[in-house]
Design a binder for this molecule. Structure first.
Ligand SMILES: Cc1cc2nc3c(=O)[nH]c(=O)nc-3n(C[C@H](O)[C@H](O)[C@H](O)COP(=O)(O)OP(=O)(O)OC[C@H]3O[C@@H](n4cnc5c(N)ncnc54)[C@H](O)[C@@H]3O)c2cc1C
Length: 410
């Protein structure tokens, strides 16, 4: 492998989604020389690449409150979220490299000391005191040999992949059937929206896997984001499966558009105004850490003395891994729960932290903490921890949660 250019950072963050952005911002604010690398051309992760919105979930974090304030709310402006993130990173002195894909951890025994990354000019070698894996899929942790779980217990099936897309030309009033669910039971001339969708599936107007059609308001009056397509039995870290899902999901999007035009009030002249750069992947690897968040932890709202995220809250939201609609017992209510530092730390590998949806937890717990505000909070904690480790010349596992809070940054 030819190395064209070497680099060094106190903290290396891999992946520029909500977790990686927050990790890099917090590490930069904590005074660490921080480099963020992102394989695509945009910061924002699923929000920009997959058109995912809004930023769901709650968390007791002044860091997250500040970010939501700077973004102007939870509804994502897909056209400029990456620029807003880039601005905040620049203010904190964080260096960012887009189009830079981590391909291999630099290992010294059992310790990660940075990454080799692929660029258009060849491979670059980035050494770091602490590395944060915020790739969603945990590419660095996987290549470093950290053990992981995938999918639900029993058959290992993961939540389905979805093409989120935006529809324009809607109005003057528009059917909105999002997480608020305001229109799901609204009475239309042919029945409720739910009944109309069910009939569409029975009549073959909609693909079998489309069990629910949700439409969310965007910041533009005549536009909605549609969350409806569903490709099941996809392994989101297999190129073959991803290729199949991209094509199948985009085909489904056009079938959903035709259905909306025929049946939804306000959609007669609708058209797809934006397809995502990438299919949305909800779930892949969950790495085994020093600690492990369980279903009962999130349902019962377990508090932890070693918390680095406090009062995280979102339902357990499981899209059916094996068919249309939601899994059985989906949207299980939770109580505000803590995420302990150990969920961000591999058990046997040093120098590395996880951030975002790949942290250590069960299939059910993941279905709650995977939402973006909670990923922001996880990332911020990982960033501060990595900065402390880098500054003090200690391993991330030696950082004390209280010292992370004491910085006042999260
Ligand atoms: C269809 C769908 C709908 C959803 N709906 C919502 C919703 O309404 N609200 C909500 O809050 N959440 C929603 N989610 C969940 C949420 O979007 C994700 O769980 C969240 O974005 C995960 O954040 P992350 O930072 O861990 O990973 P990601 O957002 O996936 O970001 C990971 C980043 O790492 C980069 N990367 C990957 N590998 C490498 C590599 N080797 N080198 C460099 N960079 C790399 C990727 O390009 C990406 O930018 C949804 C998810 C999906 C798929």
């Amino acid at each position: 492998m030819s190395v064209k250019e070497d680099g060094r950072a106190e903290v290396l963050v891999v992946g520029g989604g909500p977790a990686g952005f927050a990790a890099a911002l917090a590490a930069g604010r904590a005074g660490a020389d921080t480099l963020l690398i992102e394989r695509s051309g945009r910061l924002g992760g699923m929000a920009t690449l997959g058109l995912v919105s809004p930023l769901l979930g709650c968390v007791n974090s002044k860091f997250v409150d500040e970010i939501l304030g700077r973004l102007g709310g939870r509804e994502v402006d897909h056209t400029k979220l990456d620029l807003d993130y880039a601005q905040m990173l620049a203010e904190a002195g964080v260096r960012t490299l887009l189009h830079t894909c981590a391909v291999e951890p630099i290992m010294s025994g059992q310790t990660v000391g940075g990454c080799v990354a692929y660029t258009k000019s060849g491979h670059i070698n980035i050494e770091s005191a602490a590395t944060i894996d915020a790739t969603g899929d945990g590419d660095v942790a996987y290549l470093a040999g950290v053990p992981f779980e995938q999918g639900r217990p029993g058959d290992g099936l993961m939540q389905p992949a979805s093409i989120m897309f935006r529809v324009g030309g809607v109005g003057p009033s528009r059917l909105l059937c999002g997480s608020e669910g305001e229109a799901a039971s609204m009475q239309l001339p042919q029945g409720t929206w739910e009944q109309i969708v069910e009939q569409g599936i029975r009549d073959g107007e909609l693909p079998d896997n489309v069990g629910v059609i949700r439409t969310y308001a965007t910041r533009r009056p005549s536009e909605v984001t549609v969350n409806a397509t569903q490709v099941n039995r996809i392994n989101g870290v297999s190129s073959g499966d991803l290729t199949k899902a991209e094509i199948e999901g985009r085909r489904q999007a056009f079938a959903v558009l035709a259905f909306l035009k025929r049946h939804a009030p306000g959609y007669k002249d609708a058209f797809i105004c934006e397809m995502p750069a990438s299919i949305g992947i909800r779930e892949t690897r969950r790495f085994t850490g020093m600690d492990y968040l369980t279903r009962s932890d999130v349902i019962e709202g377990r508090k932890r003395p070693d918390a680095v995220v406090r009062d995280a809250l979102f339902v357990i939201d499981i899209h059916n891994p094996d068919g249309p609609g939601q899994a059985e017992n989906f949207a299980v209510e939770c109580k505000p729960y803590d995420i302990p530092y150990g969920c961000l730390l591999p058990r046997e590998i040093d120098g590395l932290l996880f951030a975002g949806r790949c942290i250590s937890g069960s299939h059910d717990a993941h279905a709650s903490y995977r939402v973006q505000t909670i990923c922001l909070a996880i990332g911020a904690a990982a960033g501060v921890a990595a900065a402390i480790a880098g500054k003090q010349g200690i391993l991330p596992r030696q950082v004390k949660p209280n010292d992370i809070w004491a910085t006042g940054l999260i």
